[in-house]
Design a protein around this ligand. Structure first.
Ligand SMILES: Nc1ncnc2c1ncn2[C@@H]1O[C@H](COP(=O)(O)OP(=O)(O)O)[C@@H](O)[C@H]1O
Ligand SMILES: N[C@@H](CCOP(=O)(O)O)C(=O)O
Length: 319
């Protein structure tokens, strides 16, 4: 049996709407992401199981589940002679969270199928397959969850980027606090509130911020880079969809947060600081003030490993 883990990711990373995203690893060492287990099927037919903490949100027909759709697509279009398999999605991320939940299932499923069938697809082929599925559910073609989820790190990604993704250097001191408030916000819905067009001024600001952020990361000037982490494209239109976000945006800088942003399309909040003590204070404030009984908050670092095959026993500690 092969078990493939795909980490949660934070799309946009404040400064790169649809073009920048980071993979996340809780400092506790626990896994925050979906797992796909795949093995040969004894029945001679493909089998699908969805388990895990958030499986009940995907309790409908298996045909509605992205991981099952990946299996069907892979057999029809990539490897028709692949042996019959039993594929289990362990759904450990909440759906509609802003942590790249749909990307996580898609990436884990395709990576597991590629390994099981020994198809050895290239990075470009896999990312293209993954982006097709992300596009179907979210209402826009964006790589800012699938690329970091698959490759790890902080990725600048898009159709015009060579191989669709380029890893940026990051500061080892970054502490990323991600707080999921416990309710869902559908990505397609959060994209529908965005303006279809933006002004020349806004476009130029966006280009400046993202290009300067990228150049500063490459020259190791991380403090200047994070000073540019501002989202003028999506946050102004989305913040009213996220109860508590505006209050957190005011409160968290007083606790040392250098950036407070919406993670992906929300409702997860992303806060960045360089101090462990401040990260703990931010995490405590969010637990007290931002979450309902279904929410969670984790202090994370950037996950530089991305999607990977788990060793035996490694899947035991789920965040
Ligand atoms: N395995 C899966 N993981 C996540 N979402 C799935 C999965 N299978 C189907 N879906 C559907 O895809 C949609 C994903 O919603 P979206 O808001 O894009 O999630 P997220 O922002 O967490 O990626 C939901 O309608 C959900 O029911
Ligand atoms: N760039 C996308 C990111 C969506 O991330 P998700 O985790 O909410 O699916 C957007 O902002 O719409």
């Amino acid at each position: 049996m092969i078990e493939v883990y795909a980490p949660a990711s934070s799309g946009n990373f404040a400064v790169g709407f649809d073009l920048l995203g980071a993979a996340l690893a809780p400092v506790s060492g626990a896994l925050l992401g979906d797992i796909v287990a795949i093995e040969s099927s004894n029945s001679g037919q493909d089998e699908f199981i969805c388990s895990g903490k958030y499986a009940e949100k995907l309790a409908g027909p298996k045909e509605d589940n992205l991981a099952y759709q990946c299996l069907v697509h892979f057999r029809e279009h990539v490897s028709s002679d692949m042996p019959a398999c039993k594929l289990e999605l362990k759904k450990n991320l909440p759906v509609g969270s802003g942590l790249g939940s749909s990307a996580c299932s898609v990436v884990a499923a395709f990576a597991a199928l590629d390994k099981f069938a020994n198809t050895n697809l290239s990075q470009k082929q896999l990312l293209a397959l993954m982006a097709d599925f992300e596009e179907k559910v979210s209402g826009g073609r964006h790589y800012d969850n699938i690329a970091p989820c698959y490759l790890g790190g902080l990725q600048l990604c898009g159709d015009l980027v060579p191989n669709n993704s380029l890893a940026l250097p990051t500061d080892e001191n970054w502490q990323l606090v991600v707080a999921y408030p416990g309710f869902a916000l559908n990505t397609a819905k959060a994209r529908a509130v965005l303006p279809k067009e933006v002004s020349m001024h806004t476009s130029i600001n966006y280009g400046q911020r993202l290009s300067a952020f990228t150049a500063l990361c490459f020259s190791g000037q991380f403090d200047s880079a994070i000073a540019l982490m501002k989202d003028e494209l999506a946050e102004p239109y989305r913040q009213s969809l996220i109860a508590g976000f505006s209050d957190a945006k005011v409160a968290l800088p007083e606790l040392g947060a250098e950036v407070v942003a919406i993670s992906g399309a929300g409702p997860t909040l992303l806060a960045l600081t360089k101090s462990e003590t401040q990260a703990q204070a931010i995490d405590a404030w969010l637990k007290e003030n931002y979450l309902n009984e279904n929410g969670f908050s984790h202090i994370c670092k950037i996950d530089n490993r991305g999607t990977r095959v788990l060793e035996k026993g490694e899947s035991d500690v789920i965040a």
